[in-house]
Every structure is written in C-alpha cells, then in structure tokens.
Design a protein. Sequence first.
Length: 127
Amino acid sequence: MPNLTYACVLTRDIDRLAAFYRTVLQLEPTTRPGYVEFPTQPGIFALWSMDELQPLVGFAVTETLAAGAVMLEFRVDDVDAEYARLQALQERKVDIVMAPTTLPWGNRSIYFRDPDGNLINFFTTVG
C-alpha cells in the first residue's frame, strides 16, 4: 500500500519560498542545492527548484509545469513492481515521466503525472 510521505511544491525561486515557509512554519529545514525539506511529521513538506528537477525529468516536463505545482511522493515496497503495474493498467493510460531510476540521494523512483498534470513520485529507499 502506498504511504503518502512527502508533499513537494515545485518552484522557480526556492530561496524566496524557503524563507516564506521557514517563517510561516517556524521550522528549520534541511537542505541540499535546489531542495529544501521541512520536518512536518509524520509527513515531510518539501520545496524543489524546477531548475534542479529539469535535468532528471527533461525540459519538456518542467516547461509544462507551473511554479506552485505539487508533486506528491509515496513510499512503496517495490518501485519496479509498481512501474510494471502502472504500465499494465487497462482502464487508464498513465503518463510516465521517468522510468525506475536510482537517484543520487538513495531513492529508487518513478515519476508520473495525474490527469491534471501534477507529478507523482513512487519511491523506495535503497541507500
């Protein structure tokens, strides 16, 4: 069963948005270049620079996303099995943006879109 773990807002001005949420949430985030994560347990609220996302998913994807678009991130048991399941769906074609990929920070992820164009990440932590 997928567990909603992250809500991630995509932005073109991460410094501005991070300062806003740092003040509003009164939380100190962890950061890496182009990414900010607030510890809003049990889930995580994150901000991700669209400039940092683009090399992973391609210009065509980020070009169609508006700043403020949301990416929902679900932890799953087996990303590759979920990928196969999504590809096999008969009743709905799923718009896959990124096939299973192990990312530098240790998540194996697939990115796909919902019918409104928002990104969804199914991931498994692998390292």
